[in-house]
Design a protein around this ligand. Structure first.
Ligand code: PSU
Ligand code: MN
Length: 307
């Protein structure tokens, strides 16, 4: 890892990277803008524990007092999860301003990928990615997560994307951008709460070793990011028939209230949580933990492949 003036690694993450040990990046927009207190802190801790149980080192990424950080202390994670005054949601475009302002920010998938790449971390676990929003043909709302997947050499393990988004257009964007989308144990593109969206993927891969091999080969041929889709565990699934009315209502409310820009995704996530009376949160915690486990196994496999 080359040193960077705006980036600070925890001692544990620095040592793991220096010795070639497996590391998994974790995002924090889910902590600051994706889940309510106290579930946000509990989940962030549980996800770190899953990465450790898999034998990898968790690198929770955020902006703290204007410094890009990979690996937070327990106290720093607590501070971020308490939503300090002025805490921001930082996507890729927001990092420079947050640094210059000395701000604290939870980092989206796009910003977390950018920082992971600066640190030399190749595997990243999250819940769901941002994508092309419904109605994007009028609003142009496309998450910066998608172009970042084409730009940063990081494999992102997710449970697909929520149907608050236009899922067919999200997959089309990724195809155009040259981002491989791999189904773990499935050809079905998962829809976050549900194991299938009705959309098919080109690639199914059944082991962490095969995922690591495909990611390493993608790098050798000049590729950058890769999306790994790990469907929500069966027992935690909320069938599409049950969740879709709530999602449709949240999307309609956002449109009626003219909610746009970086507030759009947090509004939609918050309304789905309220409308499902917390059931969506239980599913969300289960899938993000499962993604952390898979990312940990993939990081181990990638370390072995690189030896
Ligand atoms: N989708 C989810 N849960 C999340 C997010 C998206 O189901 O927590 C968060 C992630 O941090 C993602 C961000 O990177 O929202 C995307 O925000 P935007 O659409 O503003 O790019
Ligand atoms: Mn957006």
């Amino acid at each position: 890892m080359t040193s960077h003036p705006d980036l600070s690694l925890s001692p544990e993450v620095a040592e793991a990277l220096a010795s070639g040990a497996p590391v998994v990046a974790l995002e924090t927009a889910i902590v600051t803008h994706g889940m309510p207190i106290p579930n946000n802190l509990e989940t962030a801790r549980a996800v770190e524990a899953e990465v450790r149980a898999a034998g990898a080192v968790p690198a929770t990424i955020a902006v703290i007092d204007g410094v890009l950080r990979a690996g937070l202390s327990g106290a720093e994670l607590e501070r971020l999860a308490a939503l300090p005054e002025g805490v921001r949601k930082a996507s890729a475009k927001d990092l420079g301003a947050a640094i210059a302002a000395g701000a604290c920010a939870g980092t989206t998938v796009a910003a977390t990928m950018r920082i992971a790449a600066l640190a030399g971390i190749e595997i990243f676990a999250t819940g769901g990615i941002g994508g092309v929003h419904r109605g994007a043909e009028k609003t142009g709302d496309v998450s910066a997560d998608l172009p970042e997947l084409a730009a940063s050499p990081v494999a992102v393990v997710c449970a697909g994307a929520k149907s608050i988004l236009d899922l067919p257009r999200t997959l089309e964007y990724l195809e155009t951008a040259g981002v491989p989308v791999m189904g773990f144990g499935t050809r079905a593109f998962p829809a976050f709460f549900s194991r299938r969206s009705g959309l098919e993927l080109d690639e199914r891969v059944d082991t962490p070793e095969a995922l690591a091999a495909a990611f390493a080969a993608h790098q050798r041929v000049g590729g950058k990011g890769m999306l790994v889709c790990n469907p929500i565990p069966e027992g935690d699934e909320i069938p599409a028939e049950e969740i879709s009315a709530f999602i449709d209502r949240a999307v309609a409310e956002a449109e009626a209230q003219g909610i746009a820009g970086k507030g759009a995704t947090p509004f939609l996530l918050g309304r789905v949580l309220e409308l499902t009376e917390g059931r969506s949160l239980v599913a969300n915690v289960a899938l993000v933990r499962d993604n952390a486990r898979l990312a940990g196994r993939m990081a181990l496999a990638l370390t072995d492949a690189r030896r």
